[in-house]
Design a protein around this ligand. Structure first.
Ligand code: ADP
Ligand code: MG
Length: 179
């Protein structure tokens, strides 16, 4: 797990943009978190960084939207409010996931994990202390685990500082204490 934190919607978009550099065709990203957590903001940052010019809007009432024009296509789904398994299978989830020139991002996708492939990145966004603070956990599942080091490096700016005395998980961080 990679623990991150942002303090503005722009920072969440920037974090997602940094992650976009590491995204490959066929990838599946699940966004978990309550309404207003920032799932759509995350999808916007990711899509913009892929080079999609079209504004990425919340797909809540459409279930699935497709955006072209970027380095990869973006399939953006929001499965909130749906009788999911049936409807998601109806929109051809399997075909979307087979699209090797696309990344698929599913808001509330944690709810339909049983209908999803094993390999995925789960992004869990929760409200932090301040109004604009968000705690963002990345769970690297299956093949995503191989990208831990690259993700850690790309997302270093948002990594939660180790203020608890717990050892860093990805190597030594010794040396003098600085700011
Ligand atoms: P969701 O898709 O999870 O329902 P949205 O992305 O649509 O959430 O909305 C998130 C809301 O929270 C936006 O109004 C955004 O401006 C606000 N916000 C405030 N701080 C943050 C932050 N750090 N990250 C993401 N969104 C934030
Ligand atoms: Mg949303």
């Amino acid at each position: 797990m990679i623990q991150l934190r942002t303090s503005s919607v722009e920072a969440t978009r920037a974090l997602a943009a940094a992650l976009a550099e590491l995204v490959r065709g066929g990838d599946l990203i699940v966004l978990a978190g309550d309404l207003g957590a920032g799932k759509t903001a995350f999808a916007q940052g990711l899509g913009q960084a892929l080079g999609i010019d079209e504004p990425i809007t919340s797909p809540t009432f459409t279930l699935a939207r497709q955006y072209e024009g970027g380095r990869l296509r973006l399939h953006h789904l929001d499965v909130y409010r749906f009788d999911v398994t049936a409807e998601v299978l109806d929109v051809g989830l399997a075909e979307l996931l087979d699209d090797v020139d696309a990344v698929t991002v599913i808001e509330w996708g944690d709810v339909i994990r049983q209908a999803l492939p094993h390999d995925l990145l789960e992004v869990r966004i929760t409200l932090g202390e301040g109004d604009d603070d968000r705690d963002i956990e990345l769970h690297l599942i299956g093949g995503w685990a191989a990208r831990r080091r690259a993700l850690g490096a790309a997302l270093r700016s948002w990594t939660v500082d180790d203020q608890t005395g717990a050892a860093p998980t990805d190597g030594s961080q010794g040396g003098p204490v600085g700011c």
